[in-house]
Design a protein around this ligand. Sequence first.
Ligand SMILES: [Zn+2]
Length: 340
Amino acid sequence: MDTRYSRQILFTPIGQDGQSRLGKSRVAIVGMGALGTVLANHMVRSGIGYVRLIDRDFVEPSNLQRQMLYDENDATAHLPKAIAAYEKLKMINSEVEIEPVIADVIPANADALLHDVDLILDGTDNFQIRFLINDVAVKHSIPWVYGGAVAAKGMFAAIIPHKTPCLRCLFPNPPAAGGETCDTTGVIGPVIHIVASYQAAEGLKILLQDEKHRNPNLEHFEIWRNLHTQMKISAGKNPKCPACGRGKYEFLSYTGEEDSVAAMCGRNSVQITPVKDTQLDLDQLAGRFSPLGKVERNKFLLRFQTGDHTLVVFPNGRVVVQGTDDPAVARTLYARYIGT
Ligand SMILES: [Zn+2]
């Protein structure tokens, strides 16, 4: 017997049969930040057959306090998180097929990125993306596990489309911006590991179809002040829910006419995503930018520092402007250096 999974096989609810089921399972993780790195670590170590890692970002020094798969070399090299996580995880378990995807999950790609898995795990810090995940999950009847953490607070809930309430049954619309976010509040590492570990455990139960032990609650805890509440949500299914009640996938079918320009949580950065994918020649841009400021380049992105701002440019035209949280400033820099 393969000894890699022996402790997990000895655990009665998994056993040999469960282990081979996990080995045939496919999981997508959206967001490879704090929650996502813990989720991916659990999935890959436990021997899930296929794990897709989706993230739009690159590693920065402020990530290292809590994003457990990254190190200082990844930050220095400005590696995309999906790539840095993939490099680490394939050394941990080479039996797992791991696919890194450098992308922002948006209506145009959400279906393609998420429709072909058995389970979706939420590692985002963003309600817009969670509602998009929920639409794809309900549309294709794919279970997913929501998780969130801020300060010392965490919450999670397993969502089984058409069985439990979906995210839109629980929250009709994404909460308005300006609430308590990582912008102003910060977050401690331990609560991240707790939330993501709960999510991972629920994920394993779902993959093993252990319906009897599935957690039916929206769980909420605060580990600094030692609080824990369980909201019973099993009766919360809304027959008028646009997604699971009426089959209207409003977030997924949203087609913006305009480029998306969004300030990034706690980052003093603005991300600009062109409405149409464009193909930028990063080598050519590097040549054009080098007389104008400091240019750094890796295989996946280009960084161009000009004055107080740094533009991080991806080949598909997506740009993160660092050094401002003003969308107008970011847009001006984008127009000046990348084009309109
Ligand atoms: Zn619903």
